[in-house]
Design a protein around this ligand. Structure first.
Ligand code: BES
Ligand code: MN
Ligand code: ZN
Length: 486
């Protein structure tokens, strides 16, 4: 966990005496202009001169490391600001700077800002960029443990508090997603959810296998029955006394996805520890709402199971009957996410929320359609557009996708109400159409994060390699909007 220390106006230059400092700069022709809250004249002159000599690039988020002769032992990370960075660019700039400083214990972030929103973006970006998953690495560079924030704004405390809550919850999603299935199973995930959610002031109920049978939650039972780790459904609720609106969130929590008897090839099976990313995202979105004390009611449903093979596992061709009477012929056991989400959607919509939003690493087709960084968002028009606008405000990449009526026929079964897989073309959309059947008339958004939840390339901006925690902040922005509505 990263600590934050605040420095106000009179202390600003002293704070630069940490082991590293992050500043911004831009260039006008050959002239270098430092942009930083550190005003000591020799510091400014020395940095500008070094950046000039180094012919440093001022492209947005390009980092140059240097030292200023009068400030021995201080590493300076100068980040290009481009031309007038917007909020998301500021977040990326702070993230890149802090990552460049990995290995230092204490770093001062002295990036320029004049509004609360800019300070929030900088603080959020720094905390997100400082993340590293070191649990299993004996040789790991320690990530920055103390961030000094420089500001002359009056609301600094509350802004830093807010951005720390948000960023720390994104980082917790990342930890869960990066943790392999031998250390995170249905039982330990449920236990974690119980402890963390209760600590934040939420109420929690865990449905064990006996209760899943009692409630006729056929999808969770079918997907989980091949594993030694029993499936579970976890319900968490944040319900403050004066609440505006009621949102239900549903998350896919497949602790590991082998594909079941429709077994994945070896090349596609690795990384399937990440298949619980949806559940991790919604868990921490509810916890964040509670920590921020948002005046809106939220109920989260985590559908936890492990998709494995054994003498008890579900076979292709098996037919299951859901609690709402809908029967499904399982023609592909690798389309397990929609099977467990159906239970979550039935339970969530039974409580008649104003809207339900599900989050899932649902389809490889999402990556084929949108690439690895854009999340696909489907659903009923208004809720889909509201989630898209929340993503825009959070600075997370997302794109609206259709649920075409004509693709429904591909889910027809000869012997049941539906099959669980249909047309391969538009596979993200047919998965959405399958879910639609379990939502009824409740306004709904379906978020497919198969690609964006895990960064396979390498770190960029505030995004580390591995788990990204994407869409947690989008959900929080959505809930904040709801809290303001009447
Ligand atoms: N968990 C996978 C989707 C996935 C793929 C997530 C790659 C992250 C990275 C999901 O359960 C799955 O296997 N989907 C199938 C659906 C198909 C059988 C219709 C897929 O995408 O191949
Ligand atoms: Mn699968
Ligand atoms: Zn899956």
């Amino acid at each position: 966990m990263t600590n934050i220390k605040l420095f106000k106006e009179s202390e600003i230059d002293a704070a630069a005496m940490a082991s590293g400092v992050i500043i911004g700069f831009s260039k006008n022709d050959a002239a270098v202009k430092l942009a930083s809250s550190i005003t000591a004249p020799e510091f400014v002159a020395e940095c500008e001169s070094a950046l000039k000599t180094l012919r440093a690039s001022d492209k947005t988020a390009a980092v140059t490391t240097l030292t200023a002769p009068s400030y021995q032992d201080l590493l300076v990370f100068a980040v290009g600001l481009g031309t007038e960075p917007d909020l998301d660019e500021l977040r990326q700039i702070a993230g890149v700077g802090i990552r460049a400083a990995a290995g230092l214990e204490e770093v001062t972030v002295a990036l320029p800002h004049s509004t609360n929103a800019e300070l929030e973006a900088i603080s959020e970006g720094a905390l997100l960029g400082a993340y590293d998953f070191t649990r299993y690495r004996s040789d790991a560079d320690k990530p920055v443990s103390t961030i000094n924030i420089h500001s002359t704004l009056s609301d600094v405390e509350s802004i830093i508090e807010r951005s720390s809550i948000i960023a720390q919850n994104v980082n917790s999603v990342r930890d869960l997603v990066n943790t392999p299935a031998n250390d995170l199973n249905t039982e330990s995930f449920a236990q974690y959810a119980l402890t963390e959610a209760q600590a934040a002031g939420c109420s929690v109920h865990v449905y064990d296998l006996a209760q899943l049978h009692k409630e006729k939650l056929a999808g969770l039972i079918a997907v989980g029955q091949g594993s030694a780790n029993e499936p579970k459904l976890v319900r968490i609720e944040w319900n403050p006394s004066e609440a505006n609106g009621f949102t239900a969130l549903v998350g896919k929590g497949i602790m590991f996805d082998t594909g079941g008897y429709s077994l994945k090839p070896s090349s596609a099976i690795t990384e399937m520890k990440t298949d619980m990313g949806g559940a991790a995202t919604i868990l921490h979105a509810v916890i964040t709402a509670a920590r921020l004390k948002l005046p809106t009611k939220v109920v989260g449903w985590m559908c936890l199971a492990e998709n494995m093979i054994s003498g008890k596992a579900t076979r292709p061709d098996d037919v299951i009957v859901y609690r709402n009477g809908v029967s499904v012929e399982i023609n592909n056991t690798d389309a397990e996410g929609r099977l467990v989400l159906a239970d979550g959607l039935i339970m969530a919509t039974d409580e008649e929320p104003d809207a339900v939003i599900d989050v899932a690493t649902l389809t490889g087709a999402q990556m084929v359609a949108l690439g690895e960084r854009y999340t696909g968002i489907m659903g009923t028009d208004e809720t889909r557009e509201e989630v898209l606008s929340a993503a825009q405000n959070a600075g997370e990449l997302a794109w609206g996708m259709p649920l075409p009526e004509h693709l429904k026929s591909s889910l027809k079964s000869d012997i049941a109400d539906m099959k669980n897989t249909g047309s391969r073309y538009g596979g993200m959309l047919t998965a959405g159409l399958f879910l639609q059947r379990f939502v009824g008339d409740i306004p709904w958004a379906h978020i497919d994060i198969a690609g964006p939840s895990f960064n396979r390339e390498g770190a960029y901006g505030y995004t580390p390699k591995g788990a990204t925690g994407t869409m947690m902040r989008t959900l929080v922005h959505y809930l904040e909007e709801k809290a303001l509505e009447n």
